[in-house]
Design a protein around this ligand. Structure first.
Ligand code: UT7
Length: 333
């Protein structure tokens, strides 16, 4: 029998209640709603404020939602992959905490860190385990508490990020739907432009690193922007071309949500009208590994079985990639 394709069979999500608006940010740093809206396109973002809760809490809630929505029992899950740059702890892996919260106590699990390309890298990875026939039910969750590593005295980064988690279930299919093709790339030259300077083995935490504010996101925005625009658009166009897809064939672009201008540029290079591009950056900001599944979650009811979707992302590393998949189900409304 032909090898199965890995298909998404459900989506779950969770985001915290607290809404940090541009208006509130403008009292914290020298910024304005107008600057943030024009340069980035974000109006508000969610922040997890309850003490004692990290990204695993968000991820656990998203996975619980996914299991509930898909009617899946925790013991049916073979593998859970958590994509994150903000794990609760350096070790054990965040997936352990998430799995425990969701009652998944006997599964293979690991974390994957590809910055903002986390979900795209994760989906490509997760699909291999399904396509090779080893696993029947795989959970892929993007879980981020970006507020934990955001410097709220730095106006160049603090408006950008938000907290959220979203998860998908992957299963084998012989119906021609699911993952069709992918492109994944990286270039380590980008590491110096987007990273967190301290807290790792290179520069362990110390009074000095805390005083120098080195436990926060460091980003040289312009270099990242330039590389994000060209690379995200290049792989999105390349994956269309090599699968003979015209703009008419593509139902949706599901782009990583870092900057509205990057999203628009990618959609335009692909020849897509704005109506085919999923955008919710204005309400959540950049939630790193959670942006793409959060879009799928919000658009789920509009997606039809067989729809051609292109997922595309760019992030720290640099890492970037695109996925061509056929959506696997219709949602009863
Ligand atoms: O998802 C992971 C990958 N990350 C990304 O894709 C992010 C890519 N980068 C970007 O999205 C953009 O570079 C930013 C949104 C981060 C910055 O936008 P920009 O258009 O590249 O602005 P800039 O850094 O060139 O700054 C332009 C001006 C500067 O002032 P001067 O030097 O021209 O006087 C900044 O100081 O805007 C100033 N500025 C601000 N002004 C008001 C920077 N941040 C702010 C702010 N409010 N929050």
């Amino acid at each position: 029998m032909e090898k199965p394709k890995a298909v998404i069979t459900g989506v779950g999500a969770y985001y915290p209640e607290y809404i940090l608006t541009n208006e509130e940010l403008s009292h914290m740093v020298d910024t304005t709603d107008e600057w943030i809206m024009t340069r980035v396109g974000i109006r508000e973002r969610r922040i997890l404020r309850e003490p004692g809760k990290g990204s695993a809490f968000l991820g656990g809630k998203a996975v619980e939602d996914l299991l509930r929505k898909t009617g899946t029992r925790p013991e049916e899950i073979d593998l859970l992959i958590c994509c994150t740059v903000t794990p609760d702890m350096h070790f054990p892996a965040n997936g352990n905490f998430i799995a425990e919260m969701a009652g998944i106590n006997n599964a293979f699990n690991f974390d994957l860190n590809a910055g903002c390309s986390g979900f795209v890298y994760g989906l490509i990875t997760a699909a291999q385990f399904v396509e090779n026939g080893h696993y029947k039910k795989v959970v892929l969750v993007g879980a981020e508490k970006m507020s934990a590593i955001t410097d709220y005295t730095d106006r160049t980064t603090c408006p950008l990020f938000g907290d959220a988690a979203a998860a998908v279930l992957l299963e084998p299919s012989h119906e021609g739907v699911g993952m069709i093709d992918h492109i994944a790339r990286s270039d380590g030259f980008g590491g110096k432009y987007l990273h967190m300077k301290a807290g790792g083995s290179l520069k362990p935490p110390s009074f000095e690193t805390v005083a120098a504010r080195e436990h926060f996101i460091y980003q040289e925005g312009k270099v990242v922007f330039k590389n994000a625009v060209s690379n995200m658009a290049d792989v999105s166009v390349e994956i269309m071309q090599r699968n003979n897809l015209t703009a008419d064939d593509v139902a949706w672009l599901v782009p990583h949500q870092a900057n509205m201008r990057i999203i628009t540029a990618t959609g335009e290079r692909m020849g897509l009208p704005a109506s085919k591009v999923m955008v919710n950056i204005q309400r959540y900001g950049n939630t790193t590994s959670a942006t793409i599944p959060l879009c799928l979650y919000e658009w789920e009811k509009q997606l039809k079985k067989g729809d051609n979707l292109i997922l595309a992302a760019f992030g720290a590393g640099f890492t970037w990639g695109a996925i061509y998949l056929k959506w696997g189900y219709n949602t009863e409304i």
